[in-house]
Design a protein around this ligand. Structure first.
Ligand code: F6P
Ligand code: MG
Length: 439
């Protein structure tokens, strides 16, 4: 059998995994309890006593969960009878079996698994409600994140609106720098997530376009050239029909930057349709659900800012005319890494195989692409993918977890001189591309 590096885990005490499970996850859970508690009056008004019962029940379960994390309890099965609970429980059994019968626990086993499991348990607390089954405990934080980055959002949208009319006929010498900029804007939009900061000012508050020159020196791998070449060839060959998929990460500014990239590529006719993949239920605090996606469009459409209002309306029309498609799939909220997609979710794998380019946004997607293992940093990206190649794919990711591959010898040492925590602060980033497997 294939010899693989070990999974990242809190059992390695000097790792970010340890720090996350010891300090960051309990904080996220405590904040979630607070956020739910603050909804008390609204819930009482809307749902009366039944709502209050549910609220108490959710918070009781979250507090218990926090205790389980902090005391390194064994992972227990999901028992809400919903949302693939049996897949989660089979996964738990498999790990137990791989552990020679030892049930996994928070500090002893794979970080990726237990962290995903935490969000599934939060969802279980919601699923088991009588009247609050659709509550999103992170809603307020996500909505606030978008509103707080309103300046950056309007700057980006005004910039896009200003060039939109020229895009269809622009020659490559002018177009190419813009192509890079929109990908870079989308990449750095990933700095803004709420799980890494446990909800503290991590919003995009400065001019995103002015920041690009500063950020560029923190880009460790930049495969934009290859992606450009391939997309360009495709474009000529396929006579206009080119499908782009975006596996979304965070709501707020990052989602806006995804939407702007999609619009940029559609208007310039680099692609003809964009499929967006949000999460089925609230995930890693700030990840985009379908509801967040729709809310974001509506917020734009009803904004006082002209560019925002224009795009809000245009994009709602795109959902109607089918140039934008929202695709939900349960796989994105399972604990499996993407190497397992072909067996666990063959329908999704087959669908993604019809894409011409799949963008994977953010840190968690990257961890799942490379299996969240302690790879030597010079491991080639396609080796770490372990055969996951439904189509041409590209990871746009700022580094927030201690795993990265595809670096040149010595690049890690240079980054480390900047800060010893270079892999986890979100300052450094990669744009890693892998072409379509030849048939
Ligand atoms: O626990 C922290 C963390 O979960 C990262 O390790 C995780 O991958 C990241 O937050 C979320 O980042 P992103 O939103 O970019 O996936
Ligand atoms: Mg996220």
């Amino acid at each position: 059998t294939e010899k693989l590096p070990p999974s990242l885990s809190a059992k390695f005490k000097d790792s970010f995994a340890y720090e996350t499970i010891k300090d960051r996850l309990p904080v996220i859970l405590a904040k979630t309890v607070d956020a739910v508690h603050r909804l008390k009056n609204d819930i009482k008004e809307q749902h009366g006593e039944a709502g209050m019962e549910d609220l108490k029940s959710i918070n009781g379960k979250l507090s218990k969960l926090r205790n389980e994390v902090q005391t390194d309890k064994a992972i227990i099965p999901i028992h809400d009878g919903r949302l693939n609970f049996e897949v989660w429980n089979a996964y738990l059994e498999k790990i137990t079996c791989d552990n020679d019968g030892r049930t996994p626990s928070w500090f002893q086993d794979a970080w990726l698994y237990v962290e995903c499991y935490m969000y599934r348990r939060i969802q279980e607390a919601v699923e088991e409600c009588k009247v609050l089954k659709t509550l999103d405990p992170f809603q307020g934080q996500k909505d606030q994140a978008l509103l707080s980055s309103a300046d950056a959002v309007s700057i980006l949208m005004e910039f896009l609106e200003g060039i939109l009319g020229n895009l269809p006929s622009m020659d490559d010498s002018k177009f190419r720098p813009l192509f890079d900029q929109f990908f870079e804007l989308d990449l750095w939009g990933n700095k803004c997530d709420l799980s890494i900061s446990a909800g503290h000012d991590n919003f995009q508050t400065e001019s995103p376009i002015a920041m690009l020159d500063v950020f560029r020196s923190f880009l460790l791998v930049d495969n934009l050239n290859q992606m450009w070449d391939d997309l360009h060839k495709l474009n000529k060959r396929k006579d206009g029909s080119v499908r782009l998929d975006i596996v979304l990460d965070n709501a707020g500014f990052e989602l806006i930057s995804d939407m702007c990239l999609a619009e940029f590529l559609l208007t310039s006719k680099m692609v003809s349709e964009v499929h967006f993949h949000p999460k089925r239920f609230p995930w890693f605090v700030s990840d985009t659900t379908k509801k967040d996606f729709i809310w974001t469009l509506e917020t734009c459409r009803t904004s006082d800012n002209k560019a925002m209002a224009d795009f809000g309306q245009m994009w709602e029309e795109r959902l109607v005319d089918g140039s934008w498609i929202i695709k939900e799939h349960d796989f994105w909220t399972l604990p499996h890494d993407y190497h397992d997609m072909e067996t666990i979710a063959p329908d999704l794998y087959a669908d993604l195989s019809k894409s011409d380019l799949i963008l994977f946004k953010g840190d968690l997607n990257y961890r799942k692409l490379v299996g969240d293992r302690n790879w030597p940093h010079t491991t080639p990206f396609d080796v770490a993918l372990r055969g996951f190649r439904p189509s041409a794919l590209c990871a746009l990711r700022t580094l927030k977890a201690d795993v990265v591959v595809g670096l040149l010898e010595g690049q890690d040492r240079v980054a480390c001189k900047h800060t010893a925590r270079w892999m986890v602060t979100g300052e450094f980033a990669v744009i890693q591309y892998c072409e379509k497997k030849s048939q």
